[in-house]
Design a protein around this ligand. Structure first.
Ligand SMILES: Cc1cc2nc3c(=O)[nH]c(=O)nc-3n(C[C@H](O)[C@H](O)[C@H](O)COP(=O)(O)OP(=O)(O)OC[C@H]3O[C@@H](n4cnc5c(N)ncnc54)[C@H](O)[C@@H]3O)c2cc1C
Length: 405
Protein backbone atom coordinates (compact mmCIF):
# COMPACT_ATOMS: atom_id res chain seq x y z
CA UNK A 1 0.00 0.00 0.00
CA UNK A 2 1.76 3.17 -1.20
CA UNK A 3 0.88 6.83 -0.73
CA UNK A 4 -1.81 8.46 1.39
CA UNK A 5 -1.78 10.68 4.45
CA UNK A 6 -1.22 9.28 7.93
CA UNK A 7 -1.41 10.92 11.34
CA UNK A 8 0.24 9.38 14.39
CA UNK A 9 -1.28 10.74 17.61
CA UNK A 10 1.42 10.66 20.33
CA UNK A 11 5.16 10.95 19.72
CA UNK A 12 6.60 8.83 22.51
CA UNK A 13 8.16 5.38 22.03
CA UNK A 14 5.21 3.83 20.18
CA UNK A 15 4.60 7.04 18.20
CA UNK A 16 8.16 7.42 16.90
CA UNK A 17 8.30 3.72 16.00
CA UNK A 18 4.90 3.92 14.23
CA UNK A 19 6.06 6.96 12.21
CA UNK A 20 9.12 4.98 11.14
CA UNK A 21 6.86 2.04 10.18
CA UNK A 22 4.53 4.28 8.15
CA UNK A 23 7.50 5.78 6.35
CA UNK A 24 9.00 2.41 5.51
CA UNK A 25 5.55 1.13 4.55
CA UNK A 26 5.33 3.84 1.90
CA UNK A 27 2.92 6.44 3.28
CA UNK A 28 3.32 9.72 1.39
CA UNK A 29 2.53 12.32 4.08
CA UNK A 30 3.13 11.50 7.75
CA UNK A 31 2.36 13.81 10.66
CA UNK A 32 3.10 13.08 14.32
CA UNK A 33 1.02 15.09 16.79
CA UNK A 34 2.55 15.11 20.29
CA UNK A 35 0.90 16.88 23.19
CA UNK A 36 4.06 17.61 25.20
CA UNK A 37 5.95 20.72 24.21
CA UNK A 38 8.86 20.19 26.59
CA UNK A 39 11.44 17.71 25.37
CA UNK A 40 10.30 14.18 26.14
CA UNK A 41 13.90 13.12 26.77
CA UNK A 42 13.63 14.44 30.33
CA UNK A 43 11.57 11.40 31.36
CA UNK A 44 14.56 9.86 33.10
CA UNK A 45 13.38 6.51 34.43
CA UNK A 46 14.53 3.03 33.46
CA UNK A 47 13.27 0.68 30.77
CA UNK A 48 14.58 -2.87 30.57
CA UNK A 49 14.55 -4.71 27.21
CA UNK A 50 15.02 -8.48 27.07
CA UNK A 51 18.25 -9.19 25.13
CA UNK A 52 16.62 -11.68 22.71
CA UNK A 53 13.81 -9.22 21.96
CA UNK A 54 16.43 -6.50 21.49
CA UNK A 55 18.25 -8.65 18.91
CA UNK A 56 15.02 -9.14 16.94
CA UNK A 57 14.18 -5.44 17.07
CA UNK A 58 17.73 -4.53 16.04
CA UNK A 59 17.47 -6.86 13.04
CA UNK A 60 14.16 -5.18 12.18
CA UNK A 61 15.94 -1.79 12.29
CA UNK A 62 14.08 -0.21 15.22
CA UNK A 63 16.84 -0.18 17.87
CA UNK A 64 20.61 0.03 17.46
CA UNK A 65 23.79 -0.62 19.45
CA UNK A 66 24.61 3.08 19.83
CA UNK A 67 21.65 3.63 22.13
CA UNK A 68 23.32 3.86 25.60
CA UNK A 69 22.51 0.82 27.76
CA UNK A 70 23.78 -1.12 30.76
CA UNK A 71 23.92 -4.93 30.81
CA UNK A 72 21.93 -6.98 33.32
CA UNK A 73 22.62 -10.69 33.63
CA UNK A 74 21.00 -12.01 36.81
CA UNK A 75 18.10 -11.06 39.07
CA UNK A 76 18.42 -11.65 42.80
CA UNK A 77 15.27 -11.73 44.95
CA UNK A 78 15.96 -10.81 48.61
CA UNK A 79 14.10 -10.41 51.89
CA UNK A 80 15.09 -8.47 54.94
CA UNK A 81 16.97 -10.65 57.40
CA UNK A 82 17.40 -8.70 60.64
CA UNK A 83 20.28 -6.28 60.28
CA UNK A 84 22.13 -8.26 57.56
CA UNK A 85 23.14 -5.40 55.26
CA UNK A 86 21.97 -6.94 51.95
CA UNK A 87 19.29 -9.17 53.48
CA UNK A 88 18.98 -12.83 52.43
CA UNK A 89 18.63 -14.07 48.86
CA UNK A 90 15.63 -16.39 48.45
CA UNK A 91 16.05 -16.96 44.72
CA UNK A 92 18.17 -16.08 41.72
CA UNK A 93 17.31 -16.28 38.04
CA UNK A 94 18.94 -15.42 34.73
CA UNK A 95 17.97 -11.89 33.71
CA UNK A 96 19.31 -11.24 30.20
CA UNK A 97 18.10 -7.67 29.86
CA UNK A 98 19.50 -4.39 28.59
CA UNK A 99 18.78 -1.45 30.87
CA UNK A 100 18.01 1.88 29.20
CA UNK A 101 17.11 5.30 30.39
CA UNK A 102 13.70 6.09 28.95
CA UNK A 103 14.92 9.46 27.71
CA UNK A 104 17.91 8.14 25.78
CA UNK A 105 15.89 5.32 24.22
CA UNK A 106 13.28 7.84 23.09
CA UNK A 107 15.93 10.28 21.76
CA UNK A 108 17.47 7.58 19.57
CA UNK A 109 14.07 6.52 18.25
CA UNK A 110 13.18 10.15 17.59
CA UNK A 111 16.45 10.52 15.65
CA UNK A 112 15.41 7.61 13.44
CA UNK A 113 12.13 9.25 12.43
CA UNK A 114 12.84 10.38 8.85
CA UNK A 115 13.07 14.13 8.21
CA UNK A 116 10.18 14.04 5.80
CA UNK A 117 7.87 13.18 8.74
CA UNK A 118 6.34 16.30 10.27
CA UNK A 119 6.75 15.90 14.08
CA UNK A 120 4.66 18.58 15.80
CA UNK A 121 5.25 19.11 19.52
CA UNK A 122 2.61 20.88 21.60
CA UNK A 123 -0.16 19.57 19.30
CA UNK A 124 -3.05 18.28 21.41
CA UNK A 125 -5.70 16.17 19.71
CA UNK A 126 -9.09 16.81 21.30
CA UNK A 127 -11.45 15.11 18.85
CA UNK A 128 -11.32 12.10 16.51
CA UNK A 129 -14.08 11.83 13.89
CA UNK A 130 -13.93 8.81 11.59
CA UNK A 131 -15.86 8.40 8.34
CA UNK A 132 -15.79 5.74 5.63
CA UNK A 133 -12.75 7.11 3.80
CA UNK A 134 -10.63 8.66 6.54
CA UNK A 135 -10.48 10.41 9.90
CA UNK A 136 -10.73 14.08 10.89
CA UNK A 137 -8.69 15.18 13.90
CA UNK A 138 -9.61 18.25 15.95
CA UNK A 139 -6.78 20.03 17.68
CA UNK A 140 -6.84 22.10 20.86
CA UNK A 141 -5.84 25.21 18.91
CA UNK A 142 -9.13 25.05 17.01
CA UNK A 143 -7.76 23.61 13.76
CA UNK A 144 -8.96 20.41 12.18
CA UNK A 145 -7.16 18.14 9.71
CA UNK A 146 -8.23 15.09 7.72
CA UNK A 147 -6.10 11.99 7.10
CA UNK A 148 -6.55 8.71 5.24
CA UNK A 149 -5.44 6.75 8.32
CA UNK A 150 -4.89 7.66 11.99
CA UNK A 151 -2.63 5.66 14.30
CA UNK A 152 -3.28 6.07 18.02
CA UNK A 153 0.05 5.99 19.87
CA UNK A 154 -1.35 8.22 22.60
CA UNK A 155 -0.85 5.98 25.61
CA UNK A 156 -3.27 4.43 28.07
CA UNK A 157 -5.69 7.39 28.03
CA UNK A 158 -5.92 7.33 24.23
CA UNK A 159 -8.43 9.64 22.52
CA UNK A 160 -8.10 7.54 19.35
CA UNK A 161 -9.11 4.40 21.27
CA UNK A 162 -12.09 6.25 22.74
CA UNK A 163 -13.29 7.00 19.19
CA UNK A 164 -12.79 3.35 18.17
CA UNK A 165 -14.19 1.60 21.23
CA UNK A 166 -16.00 4.06 23.51
CA UNK A 167 -15.66 3.08 27.18
CA UNK A 168 -12.76 0.63 26.64
CA UNK A 169 -10.73 2.26 29.41
CA UNK A 170 -7.75 1.16 31.46
CA UNK A 171 -8.84 -0.31 34.80
CA UNK A 172 -6.91 0.36 38.01
CA UNK A 173 -5.21 -2.80 39.29
CA UNK A 174 -5.48 -1.67 42.92
CA UNK A 175 -1.82 -0.79 43.44
CA UNK A 176 0.82 1.69 42.38
CA UNK A 177 4.41 1.86 41.22
CA UNK A 178 6.44 4.37 43.26
CA UNK A 179 9.47 5.29 41.16
CA UNK A 180 12.70 7.15 41.59
CA UNK A 181 16.28 7.42 40.35
CA UNK A 182 19.38 8.50 42.22
CA UNK A 183 23.12 8.90 41.54
CA UNK A 184 23.77 6.37 44.34
CA UNK A 185 25.64 3.68 42.33
CA UNK A 186 29.14 3.73 43.86
CA UNK A 187 29.33 0.30 45.53
CA UNK A 188 26.64 -1.86 43.92
CA UNK A 189 27.07 -5.62 44.35
CA UNK A 190 28.35 -7.66 41.33
CA UNK A 191 29.65 -4.51 39.60
CA UNK A 192 26.09 -3.37 39.08
CA UNK A 193 25.26 -6.15 36.58
CA UNK A 194 22.60 -7.69 38.83
CA UNK A 195 19.01 -6.54 39.02
CA UNK A 196 17.64 -6.75 42.56
CA UNK A 197 14.11 -7.46 43.62
CA UNK A 198 13.46 -6.65 47.27
CA UNK A 199 10.31 -8.49 48.34
CA UNK A 200 7.99 -7.87 51.28
CA UNK A 201 4.43 -8.77 52.29
CA UNK A 202 2.18 -7.09 49.70
CA UNK A 203 4.73 -6.14 47.08
CA UNK A 204 8.23 -5.90 45.67
CA UNK A 205 10.77 -3.34 44.51
CA UNK A 206 12.88 -3.73 41.35
CA UNK A 207 16.24 -1.96 41.51
CA UNK A 208 18.77 -1.78 38.69
CA UNK A 209 21.38 0.46 37.12
CA UNK A 210 20.63 2.54 34.03
CA UNK A 211 22.83 4.81 31.89
CA UNK A 212 22.70 8.48 32.91
CA UNK A 213 23.21 9.73 29.36
CA UNK A 214 26.61 11.24 30.21
CA UNK A 215 28.77 8.12 30.32
CA UNK A 216 27.90 7.18 33.91
CA UNK A 217 24.99 5.46 35.67
CA UNK A 218 22.02 6.11 37.91
CA UNK A 219 20.15 3.77 40.20
CA UNK A 220 16.58 3.18 39.05
CA UNK A 221 13.94 1.70 41.34
CA UNK A 222 10.22 1.01 41.23
CA UNK A 223 8.27 -0.24 44.23
CA UNK A 224 4.87 -1.90 43.72
CA UNK A 225 2.34 -2.02 46.55
CA UNK A 226 -1.25 -1.05 47.39
CA UNK A 227 -1.48 2.53 48.65
CA UNK A 228 -2.94 3.31 52.07
CA UNK A 229 -6.58 4.31 52.26
CA UNK A 230 -6.11 8.07 52.47
CA UNK A 231 -8.55 10.81 51.57
CA UNK A 232 -8.27 12.33 48.16
CA UNK A 233 -5.93 9.69 46.77
CA UNK A 234 -8.17 7.01 45.35
CA UNK A 235 -10.26 9.09 42.96
CA UNK A 236 -6.97 10.19 41.41
CA UNK A 237 -5.82 6.62 40.96
CA UNK A 238 -9.05 5.22 39.56
CA UNK A 239 -9.16 7.86 36.88
CA UNK A 240 -6.17 6.88 34.77
CA UNK A 241 -3.47 9.41 35.59
CA UNK A 242 -0.07 9.53 37.23
CA UNK A 243 1.12 11.75 40.05
CA UNK A 244 4.26 13.54 38.82
CA UNK A 245 7.16 14.64 41.03
CA UNK A 246 5.97 17.14 43.60
CA UNK A 247 2.32 16.00 43.51
CA UNK A 248 2.57 13.10 45.93
CA UNK A 249 0.77 13.91 49.12
CA UNK A 250 2.88 13.67 52.26
CA UNK A 251 0.68 10.96 53.78
CA UNK A 252 1.35 8.65 50.83
CA UNK A 253 5.08 9.39 50.71
CA UNK A 254 5.28 8.90 54.48
CA UNK A 255 3.55 5.52 54.16
CA UNK A 256 5.93 4.31 51.44
CA UNK A 257 9.03 5.50 53.29
CA UNK A 258 7.89 3.73 56.49
CA UNK A 259 7.32 0.52 54.49
CA UNK A 260 10.86 0.68 53.09
CA UNK A 261 12.38 1.36 56.52
CA UNK A 262 10.54 -1.65 57.99
CA UNK A 263 10.87 -4.25 55.22
CA UNK A 264 14.04 -3.51 53.23
CA UNK A 265 17.52 -4.79 54.06
CA UNK A 266 19.45 -1.78 55.45
CA UNK A 267 21.69 -1.36 52.37
CA UNK A 268 18.73 -1.10 49.97
CA UNK A 269 16.56 0.89 52.40
CA UNK A 270 19.29 3.54 52.55
CA UNK A 271 19.46 3.79 48.76
CA UNK A 272 15.72 4.22 48.31
CA UNK A 273 15.30 6.56 51.29
CA UNK A 274 18.21 8.76 50.19
CA UNK A 275 16.44 9.47 46.87
CA UNK A 276 15.15 13.04 47.18
CA UNK A 277 11.38 12.72 47.81
CA UNK A 278 10.60 15.53 45.36
CA UNK A 279 12.14 13.56 42.50
CA UNK A 280 10.03 10.45 43.10
CA UNK A 281 6.68 9.91 41.47
CA UNK A 282 3.79 7.49 41.29
CA UNK A 283 2.29 5.53 38.41
CA UNK A 284 -0.91 3.70 39.27
CA UNK A 285 -0.87 0.25 37.64
CA UNK A 286 -3.55 -0.56 35.07
CA UNK A 287 -4.84 -3.36 32.88
CA UNK A 288 -6.15 -2.60 29.42
CA UNK A 289 -7.41 -4.77 26.59
CA UNK A 290 -9.25 -3.83 23.41
CA UNK A 291 -11.52 -5.99 21.24
CA UNK A 292 -9.38 -5.19 18.17
CA UNK A 293 -6.24 -3.21 17.32
CA UNK A 294 -8.00 -1.57 14.35
CA UNK A 295 -11.39 -0.15 13.49
CA UNK A 296 -12.27 1.52 10.17
CA UNK A 297 -9.28 3.69 9.19
CA UNK A 298 -7.81 3.74 12.71
CA UNK A 299 -5.17 1.56 14.39
CA UNK A 300 -3.67 1.43 17.88
CA UNK A 301 -0.06 0.82 18.92
CA UNK A 302 1.76 0.59 22.27
CA UNK A 303 -0.05 1.41 25.50
CA UNK A 304 -3.01 2.89 23.60
CA UNK A 305 -3.78 -0.66 22.41
CA UNK A 306 -3.08 -2.69 25.54
CA UNK A 307 -1.39 -2.22 28.88
CA UNK A 308 0.24 -5.19 30.56
CA UNK A 309 1.33 -4.66 34.17
CA UNK A 310 5.04 -3.83 34.24
CA UNK A 311 6.09 -7.05 36.07
CA UNK A 312 6.24 -8.63 32.61
CA UNK A 313 9.00 -6.17 31.59
CA UNK A 314 7.70 -5.95 28.03
CA UNK A 315 5.68 -2.77 27.47
CA UNK A 316 8.26 -1.00 25.32
CA UNK A 317 9.10 -4.21 23.48
CA UNK A 318 5.41 -4.62 22.70
CA UNK A 319 5.20 -1.03 21.43
CA UNK A 320 8.21 -1.51 19.15
CA UNK A 321 6.97 -4.89 17.94
CA UNK A 322 3.57 -3.34 17.14
CA UNK A 323 5.42 -0.95 14.82
CA UNK A 324 7.35 -3.74 13.09
CA UNK A 325 4.10 -5.65 12.54
CA UNK A 326 2.49 -2.50 11.14
CA UNK A 327 5.37 -2.07 8.73
CA UNK A 328 5.10 -5.70 7.58
CA UNK A 329 1.32 -5.39 7.10
CA UNK A 330 1.82 -2.14 5.20
CA UNK A 331 4.39 -3.62 2.85
CA UNK A 332 2.25 -6.72 2.19
CA UNK A 333 -1.18 -5.04 1.86
CA UNK A 334 -2.70 -3.69 -1.36
CA UNK A 335 -5.38 -1.57 0.32
CA UNK A 336 -5.91 0.13 3.67
CA UNK A 337 -8.44 -2.57 4.53
CA UNK A 338 -5.86 -5.32 3.93
CA UNK A 339 -3.10 -3.50 5.83
CA UNK A 340 -5.28 -2.87 8.87
CA UNK A 341 -6.89 -6.33 8.95
CA UNK A 342 -3.47 -7.98 8.69
CA UNK A 343 -2.08 -5.81 11.51
CA UNK A 344 -5.04 -6.57 13.79
CA UNK A 345 -4.72 -10.32 13.18
CA UNK A 346 -1.00 -10.26 14.06
CA UNK A 347 -1.11 -8.09 17.17
CA UNK A 348 -4.53 -8.52 18.85
CA UNK A 349 -3.77 -11.99 20.27
CA UNK A 350 -0.28 -10.92 21.43
CA UNK A 351 -1.65 -7.97 23.40
CA UNK A 352 -4.30 -10.11 25.11
CA UNK A 353 -1.78 -12.85 26.01
CA UNK A 354 0.65 -10.35 27.53
CA UNK A 355 -2.06 -8.69 29.61
CA UNK A 356 -3.12 -12.11 30.97
CA UNK A 357 0.44 -13.13 31.95
CA UNK A 358 1.12 -9.74 33.54
CA UNK A 359 -2.09 -10.06 35.59
CA UNK A 360 -0.93 -13.42 36.94
CA UNK A 361 2.41 -11.88 37.83
CA UNK A 362 0.76 -8.93 39.57
CA UNK A 363 -1.42 -11.31 41.55
CA UNK A 364 1.57 -13.42 42.69
CA UNK A 365 4.03 -10.56 43.24
CA UNK A 366 1.79 -7.90 44.80
CA UNK A 367 -1.83 -8.83 45.47
CA UNK A 368 -1.34 -12.28 47.01
CA UNK A 369 2.33 -12.50 47.91
CA UNK A 370 3.68 -15.79 49.30
CA UNK A 371 5.54 -16.14 52.57
CA UNK A 372 8.76 -15.00 50.93
CA UNK A 373 10.94 -15.49 53.98
CA UNK A 374 10.08 -19.23 54.05
CA UNK A 375 11.25 -19.70 50.44
CA UNK A 376 14.42 -21.37 49.24
CA UNK A 377 15.62 -21.59 45.63
CA UNK A 378 13.51 -24.69 44.85
CA UNK A 379 10.33 -23.11 46.25
CA UNK A 380 11.11 -19.90 44.41
CA UNK A 381 11.57 -21.74 41.09
CA UNK A 382 8.22 -23.54 41.52
CA UNK A 383 6.45 -20.29 42.39
CA UNK A 384 7.93 -18.55 39.33
CA UNK A 385 7.06 -21.47 37.07
CA UNK A 386 3.45 -21.38 38.24
CA UNK A 387 3.03 -17.76 37.08
CA UNK A 388 4.46 -18.61 33.68
CA UNK A 389 2.77 -21.98 33.21
CA UNK A 390 -0.20 -20.67 31.21
CA UNK A 391 2.03 -18.63 28.89
CA UNK A 392 2.28 -19.43 25.22
CA UNK A 393 4.56 -18.19 22.45
CA UNK A 394 2.56 -14.98 22.32
CA UNK A 395 3.32 -13.84 25.85
CA UNK A 396 6.37 -14.66 27.94
CA UNK A 397 8.45 -12.69 30.39
CA UNK A 398 10.17 -9.76 28.63
CA UNK A 399 7.75 -9.98 25.66
CA UNK A 400 7.04 -12.64 23.04
CA UNK A 401 9.44 -13.76 20.35
CA UNK A 402 8.88 -12.44 16.84
CA UNK A 403 10.79 -15.37 15.32
CA UNK A 404 8.75 -17.30 12.81
CA UNK A 405 5.98 -14.67 12.77
C1 LIG B 1 6.03 1.52 36.49
C2 LIG B 1 6.29 1.12 35.05
C3 LIG B 1 7.47 0.44 34.72
C4 LIG B 1 7.70 0.05 33.40
N1 LIG B 1 8.85 -0.64 33.12
C5 LIG B 1 9.05 -1.10 31.86
C6 LIG B 1 10.23 -1.86 31.53
O1 LIG B 1 11.12 -2.09 32.35
N2 LIG B 1 10.36 -2.34 30.27
C7 LIG B 1 9.42 -2.08 29.30
O2 LIG B 1 9.59 -2.52 28.15
N3 LIG B 1 8.31 -1.34 29.56
C8 LIG B 1 8.09 -0.86 30.82
N4 LIG B 1 6.97 -0.12 31.09
C9 LIG B 1 5.99 0.14 30.01
C10 LIG B 1 6.44 1.20 29.04
O3 LIG B 1 6.80 2.39 29.73
C11 LIG B 1 5.35 1.52 27.99
O4 LIG B 1 4.66 0.36 27.63
C12 LIG B 1 6.00 2.09 26.75
O5 LIG B 1 6.72 3.25 27.10
C13 LIG B 1 5.00 2.42 25.61
O6 LIG B 1 4.67 3.73 25.61
P1 LIG B 1 3.72 4.43 24.54
O7 LIG B 1 4.57 5.20 23.58
O8 LIG B 1 2.73 3.46 24.00
O9 LIG B 1 2.89 5.42 25.47
P2 LIG B 1 3.35 6.73 26.27
O10 LIG B 1 4.79 6.70 26.59
O11 LIG B 1 2.36 6.90 27.37
O12 LIG B 1 3.15 7.89 25.18
C14 LIG B 1 1.94 8.43 24.81
C15 LIG B 1 2.25 9.79 24.21
O13 LIG B 1 1.06 10.33 23.66
C16 LIG B 1 0.97 11.70 23.99
N5 LIG B 1 -0.46 12.03 23.99
C17 LIG B 1 -1.41 11.53 24.81
N6 LIG B 1 -2.60 12.06 24.52
C18 LIG B 1 -2.41 12.89 23.48
C19 LIG B 1 -3.28 13.73 22.72
N7 LIG B 1 -4.60 13.80 22.99
N8 LIG B 1 -2.76 14.48 21.71
C20 LIG B 1 -1.42 14.42 21.41
N9 LIG B 1 -0.55 13.63 22.11
C21 LIG B 1 -1.04 12.89 23.13
C22 LIG B 1 1.61 11.81 25.37
O14 LIG B 1 2.07 13.12 25.66
C23 LIG B 1 2.74 10.79 25.26
O15 LIG B 1 3.96 11.36 24.84
C24 LIG B 1 6.72 0.31 32.38
C25 LIG B 1 5.55 1.02 32.71
C26 LIG B 1 5.32 1.41 34.03
C27 LIG B 1 4.04 2.15 34.37
Amino acid sequence: MRGGSVAVVGGSIAGCAAALAASRGGAERITVLERADARLRDRGVGIALHSDRYDELRDAGYVAPEMPWAPLTRRVWSVRDGEADHGRAIGEQPFPFRAYSWGSLWSELRRRVPERVSYRSGAVVTGVEPDAEGVTLRLADGHQERFDVVIGADGYRSVVREAMFPGADASYAGYVGWRGTSPDVADLPADGNDAHNIVFPGGHCMIYRIPDGAGGHRLNWVLYTAPPQVDGLHPDLRTPTSLPPGRLNSELTGHLRALVAEHFPPYWAARVLRTPAETTFIQPIYDLEVPHYTSGRMALVGDAASVARPHIGGGSVKALQDATALEAAWVAGDSWEEVLANYDARRGPVGAAMVALARRMGDAQVENTPDWSAMDQAAFDGWWQEQNSGSDRRSGFGGHSMKGR
